[in-house]
Design a protein. Structure first.
Length: 169
């Protein structure tokens, strides 16, 4: 799974990791601000100085999420982190943003068999993502980019670009 190869989500090891994350999310989502940095460091792959996630927050594993310094995620964000999701320093993410690294095969037989895969998402430094935006699997967003609220990002976003809409352009 972590290598981006096809995997079966009902594998016992994967189900155990999902259950552990569900327990962690239950704690995190009722936590108070002074406790949150330690809780983030407890579960996420890396957490830069001053990074914040306002609950409620939702993710698959947490262990594949890397937050740079000064990163801010507002309420109701979702990160499907079956592979690495990296968010660079000083990036601000609005409420209800969804970042999907989880993907499904395009071949109908593979999909019907229950196989899944992941494609890493990389978000650069000093990016601003407006509320309700959706970032699809495998996307890279360059430094200093802006993604308008409600946008669906289906292609990579160049550094310094401003994109909006569905699909984001």
């Amino acid at each position: 799974m972590l290598a981006g190869e096809l995997y079966r989500p009902n594998d016992p090891e994967i189900q155990a990791a999902l259950a552990a994350t569900a327990h962690w999310l239950a704690r995190y989502n009722v936590s108070l601000p002074p406790d949150r940095p330690a809780l983030l460091r407890e579960r996420l792959a890396s957490v830069g100085q001053g990074a914040q996630i306002r609950p409620p927050f939702f993710c698959d594993y947490g262990t594949n999420i890397r937050l740079g310094s000064g990163v801010f995620l507002n309420f109701n964000c979702v990160i499907l982190d079956v592979v690495e999701v990296t968010i660079g320093d000083d990036t601000q993410i609005g409420p209800a943003v969804q970042i999907y690294a989880a993907d499904h095969p395009r071949d109908p037989e593979q999909r019907r068999s229950g196989l899944e895969l992941g494609r890493p998402v990389r978000i650069g430094r000093n990016v601003w993502i407006g509320g309700g935006a959706i970032i699809l699997p495998g996307i890279t967003v360059g430094d200093d980019a802006v993604i308008g609220a409600g946008s669906v990002v289906t292609k990579n976003v160049a550094a310094g670009a401003i994109v909006k809409g569905n699909p984001a352009r």
